[in-house]
Design a protein around this ligand. Sequence first.
Ligand code: GUN
Length: 296
Amino acid sequence: MTLILDGKLVSKQIREEVAEDVQLLIKQGVTPKLTVVLVGDDAASQIYVKSKERACAKAGIISETIKYPSDVLKQNVIDKIKELNNDNSVHGILVQLPLPEGFNESEIIELIAPEKDVDGFHPINSGRLTSGINDDYFVPATPAGIIEILKRYKIEIPGKHVVIVGRSSIVGKPAGMLFLRHGNEGDATVTFCHSKTKNLPDITKTADILVAATGKPKLITADMVKPGVVVIDVGINRIPSKYSEKGYKIVGDVDFDEVSKLASAITPVPGGIGPMTIAMLLKNTLRAVTVFGKKE
Ligand code: GUN
């Protein structure tokens, strides 16, 4: 029997835990606040930001979204981030990616105060995660969600061969760093694969835990996995579908129907890592208050 790793269910538990902690903070006089900066009209980003707003509201976290048109002057965005850095009522700042053409994403991300960078994308946060010499950092929400769902389903990580397909700064790379950390939630042997990897199936077949984060619909097929593998599908891809009213359906990077026949456990899409990401963002926002400051 294949275990379906239900991100919807687990993320609900996490959101409830966060909501309880938020109430404790509110009693102490601090209401956590997340400010999202959204530039342009990328359709998927609009949907993600709406979900983040809804999740914050349910957890008792104040959320504010500052929207700019795609032709906004870069300086306006820069000034806003500096203002948010200095605003003691704002605990977390998130600039939704991708930014429109003409923006240098790393330039913008590096402006965010690291102690408010709830995405964990600032080089200080990613550097501390990678170096392991300091625990004062934020872990990006999607990779954090991957580890958390495995933990909640009591799937052992230490000693396992984790193969990560995809090397993005948002998912693939930080996920690899988490699996590599010392301790019960890490201690894995990690292999990174990407679009230039030769003999991809030969490598993915050796995975005990396979993480697919490529943005390529159904890239991972049944002939690429070994029986008993644990599959984490991070993909959220729209493909045309004449059976859906919207004209499209959402699929992952894994051919779920076929791969799930071989896997011992697998995350579905939707309802797997997607909801976990939002729950972990809420946890990071809480951490921004409890670890990095209670000033208001
Ligand atoms: N775009 C896609 N995923 C993310 C994310 O986790 N954070 C931000 N800021 N933008 C994204």
